[in-house]
Ligand binder design. Structure first.
Ligand SMILES: [Fe+2]
Length: 307
């Protein structure tokens, strides 16, 4: 819910906007422009302070060098060689360094900045996807060569390049050759990722980004990133990106239909994909009920937006 309007706050100097406003839709990937790279909270020294705040709760994540597109997207709450936060930042330019700051929205000043970004974007989101909830932020800091493996997420994502260069590969979330309906369901219901195949690469859209560039992609769009060393110079070898993620009434309803479709598939049926059936309005509440009952039964906390 919008507490204070953008008009009341005045126009934010740090903004994100569609590169091509006329063709932008929340239903498909689309290039963005922004100046969040100039925001004081997203400079390297501010991120070092943030990392200290997130370290005790395990939200500061480390990945071993040497990930490939097909690696499992695994990261740990401690550095693989035991480095401290300050040592990690001091050595960040070393090839293959990788650090992610998860759910930076748990820190109030970052939550305010993320809310401000999304509030500015409401006019392009809400006509298609009302009911925005749970705005979260994820920051990735790395030195090339580095890879974020192929995966899908539950949220819609405004992905922004803040420093250095990075190549983002995004696949259409309707590309059933890359991500079959049953695989999307497996992820929504059970969190299972689809394994990467090199043959997928040709079907992706490649965004070669520099600070000021970004990409919007909707929930369950497969994506991966790669940084290479071609642009690296001494003192300029760190790549930073920010994902501003959010759910809507549409992402939630789609997830609910997936939950019910799983039930139908177990009965041997081939249910219509969410959005392609006139009985979605019936499936969604049933999917919600089934998933809530399952999570209660297994005693697990459901991921946000799962049903
Ligand atoms: Fe992601």
């Amino acid at each position: 819910m919008k507490s204070i309007s953008a008009e009341q706050q005045g126009v934010s100097p740090y903004r994100v906007w569609p590169a091509d406003p006329a063709s932008f839709s929340t239903r498909r990937m689309s290039p963005l422009r922004h100046n969040i790279n100039e925001h004081p909270l997203f400079q390297l020294s501010a991120l070092q302070d943030l990392a200290h705040e997130l370290m005790p709760t395990g939200q500061c994540r480390f990945q071993r060098p040497g990930a490939t597109p097909g690696s499992a997207f695994q990261h740990q709450p401690t550095h693989p060689q035991g480095l401290s936060v300050d040592e990690t930042f001091a050595r960040m330019e070393e090839p293959g360094s990788w650090l992610a700051l998860y759910n930076v929205d748990t820190i109030p000043r970052y939550q305010a900045a993320l809310t401000r970004i999304v509030d500015d974007l409401r006019p392009v989101i809400e006509p298609e996807q009302p009911g925005i909830f749970l705005v979260t932020g994820f920051i990735f800091i790395s030195a090339p060569p580095s890879i974020t493996p192929f995966h899908i997420d539950r949220e819609n994502n405004f992905w922004l390049q803040l420093r250095g260069r990075k190549t983002m590969y995004v696949w259409d979330n309707t590309d059933r050759e890359v991500i079959p309906a049953a695989s999307v369901e497996n992820f929504i219901v059970g969190g299972d990722q689809t394994p990467y195949q090199e043959s997928f690469r040709a079907r992706s859209r490649e965004f070669n980004t520099v600070p000021g560039d970004g990409v919007y992609f909707p929930s369950t769009s497969p994506h991966m990133t790669r940084t290479d060393t071609s642009w690296v110079k001494p003192g300029d070898g760190i790549s930073i990106s920010l994902g501003v993620n959010f759910y809507t009434s549409v992402t939630r309803r789609t997830a609910q239909v997936h939950q019910f479709n799983r039930f139908l598939r177990r009965l041997g049926m081939s249910p219509a994909y969410p959005g392609q059936s006139t009985v979605d309005s019936l499936k969604a509440p049933l999917g919600h009920w089934l998933a809530a009952a399952r999570y209660r039964r297994i005693g697990a906390k459901a991921p946000p937006g799962a049903y």
